[in-house]
Write a protein that binds this ligand. Structure first.
Ligand code: BES
Ligand code: ZN
Length: 621
């Protein structure tokens, strides 16, 4: 125990001393020398060729603009065809400059080096994307809800913006942008910018993002999107067949914005709209500024999964306003956001709902910790340049991060903690931050002002220690305790399935029920459950995520056709990977999974395809 503490304190000291925590291992850019301060995009969307083609003009801010002699601009790219590079000083003439594209690295792509005769003020790059761009998903009409028009969307986080724009692809650099996007008339283009709810779909669009954002928040979507207002400043974009259902499900969005403003100060991005994408969207949501991208798998009809909207909205403070400087400090984005998300849920839906969500997510974190190497269980992660950030996504940044802030809230009380967090957002607005920055702010603004409440050792255990610190207080929920009791009664055959009083259960209760089933449950018992509750074929993604792996492990083959359909339709990684993992555990399951992937692959996002393939490859070895 003592040894562990000494080890954690040593690790903690190492975190605190690394002046370089702001360094981003996942970008070749050299922001200490030069930064992109503004970007002007002019792109044509070609659905037939599956490319974006055109040019980008980067305005450059040099650390030492007066320095004489030649200079170099280093940008990140992946699978881009660079056709021409020019540069200019002031409003002078564009002149062609030399460039070289390095060999492609599977994780980072190809570094673009532009040779400049001097510290020029702007560069103009003519380029086109590859049909396989990792940050874009091109969908045929058949893959959409409407079925008539094609659809395109981007997913830039963490390091995929470089696959559709050559840029400094690091969260440590912020820029404003403008864009002109041309596509076929009848298709609407939207960006993480000033979308106009009344825009006509004439195929020619202009955008401005006046607040500086990091590259991972650059976003575009093109499709047959319609708009429906929720409030004066909030609304939903979606394909016509989902528009009304989505607007009804997310009708509390304005209440959420207002609740967050009360806690943490004004919403600084003007409009807040949601874009509902097809089910192949690889995430639950993505906090693209002014326009969160959202999976349709949370539309359940009872608002039980709208915490996703609270989450993406919360990023407007934690992440988009105050941004992790590199992905190893991702907990500063996701942990803070998960904390704020739960505060929003509490403010809008009450403590009971917020507690249920905490119990479920804390259970998920505990399960994940059991299989993660200790080095990945810490909030402040060590640099891991060789690692694909897409594969480093765990509940540690999200839920352990959230838990840490809840712990601080408990120690210092909301009277002190709420204004503290608001001040963190205010003082670091539009800046990139590290764990060290937060620790310094915490010591100055909370610990020093409330002496005796928190020791350095307790703090170290949260930031640099593996697992869960002793000071972690678990959430509890009477409603979920009742679910535990009901499950036990049924498992012990004290009550029949028909006697379970589940009429008022919502998603979290069903999820909790399923997560507590024993691993070796027999197929005939699943048949009982399925007969009563019809899990197989559910359109609720969270329930499907838990149910299908159980059916696979129990050999409940009746669920296979619906499972195949679920895996073909849904691309959200978190929802489908557990089923692939379960299938890959047996040769028969692996064969089934391989066949399903073959059919599903064309409809999957590149990120999802890669993740599923990795699971199957590992099993086939
Ligand atoms: N920013 C993330 C999504 C993300 C993270 C994309 C890392 C790429 C790399 C987003 O805000 C998020 O956390 N989405 C979650 C939703 C949630 C926890 C409610 C998701 O997609 O599951
Ligand atoms: Zn998030």
């Amino acid at each position: 125990m003592r040894l562990l503490l000494a080890f954690v304190l040593a690790l903690f000291a190492a975190v605190a001393q690394s002046a370089d925590r702001a360094h981003d291992e996942h970008s070749a850019a050299e922001p200490a020398t030069v930064r992109i301060s503004a970007m002007a995009l002019d792109l044509r969307v070609d659905f037939a060729a599956r490319t974006l083609a055109g040019e980008v003009v980067h305005t450059l801010a040099w650390a030492d603009p007066a320095a004489a002699g030649p200079a170099e601009l280093v940008l990140d790219t992946r699978d881009l065809a660079i056709e021409r590079v020019q540069a200019r000083k002031g409003d002078g003439r564009w002149q062609r400059v030399e460039f070289s594209l390095a060999e492609r690295d599977p994780i980072f792509g190809s570094t673009l080096r532009i040779a400049l005769p001097s510290r020029m003020d702007a560069v103009r790059i003519r380029y086109r994307t590859s049909p396989e761009a990792s940050g874009l998903q091109w969908m045929t009409p058949a893959m959409t809800a409407g079925g008539k028009q094609p659809l395109l969307f981007s997913q830039s986080q963490a390091i995929h913006a470089r696959s559709w724009v050559p840029l400094q692809d690091t969260p440590g650099v912020r820029f404003t942008y403008t864009a002109r996007i041309r596509t076929a008339a009848g298709l609407m283009a939207l960006m993480s910018a000033d979308n106009d709810p009344a825009a006509r779909a004439d195929g020619d669009y202009r955008f401005t993002m006046a607040q500086p954002i990091p590259s991972y928040l650059l976003a575009i979507a093109v499709g047959d999107f319609r708009f429906k207002a929720i409030s004066e400043r909030a609304g939903v974009w979606a394909e016509a067949p989902v528009l009304d259902r989505a607007a009804a499900e997310f009708s509390d969005t304005e209440k959420m914005i207002a609740a967050t403003e009360t806690l943490y100060g004004p919403y600084r991005w003007e409009r807040y709209d949601l874009l509902i994408l097809p089910a192949s969207f690889p995430f639950g949501g993505m906090e693209n500024p002014r326009l969160s991208f959202i999976t349709p798998t949370v539309i359940t009809g009872d608002k039980s999964l709208v915490s996703l909207i609270a989450h993406e909205l919360a990023h407007s403070w934690s992440g988009n306003l105050v941004t992790n400087a590199s992905w190893k400090d991702m907990w500063l984005n996701e942990g803070f956001t998960s904390y704020v998300e739960n505060r929003i849920v509490e403010a809008v839906y009450g403590r009971e709902q917020a507690d249920m969500e905490d119990v479920v997510s804390q259970g998920g974190l505990r399960a994940e910790l059991a299989s993660l190497p200790p080095a990945q269980q810490v909030l402040a992660l060590p640099p891991s340049p060789g690692r694909d950030p897409d594969e480093a996504l765990t509940d540690v940044a999200y839920i352990k991060g959230q838990w840490f802030l809840s712990f601080l809230e408990g120690r210092f009380g909301r009277e002190a903690f709420d204004p503290f967090l608001r001040k963190w957002f205010d003082e670091h607005a539009f800046k990139s931050v590290t764990t060290d920055d937060f620790l310094a702010f915490l010591r100055r603004e909370l610990i020093a002002k409330n002496p005796g409440k928190l020791t350095e050792a307790e703090l170290a255990a949260w930031i640099a220690g593996p697992g869960l610190p002793e000071t972690a207080v678990a959430a509890t929920s009477p409603r979920l305790a009742a679910v535990d009791a009901a499950r036990e009664d049924w498992l012990k055959r004290r009550v029949a399935v028909a006697e379970l009083d589940t009429s008022k259960w919502i998603t979290q209760e069903w999820v909790h029920f399923l997560e507590g089933l024993p691993e070796d449950i027999a197929a005939e018992r699943l048949l009982e459950l399925d007969g009563a509750f019809r899990f197989t074929g559910t359109t609720n993604g969270e329930i499907a995520q838990r149910w299908y792996p159980i059916t696979v492990r129990a050999g409940y083959f009746e669920a296979r056709p619906a499972l195949a359909q679920f895996l073909r339709k849904v691309g959200r990684r978190k929802l489908i990977l557990p089923s692939y993992v379960a299938l890959a555990e047996t040769p028969d399951g692996l064969a089934f999974a391989t066949q399903v992937l073959q059919q599903a692959s064309a409809g999957y996002h590149p990120i999802t395809r890669g993740a599923v393939q990795a699971v199957l490859d590992a099993a086939a070895k």
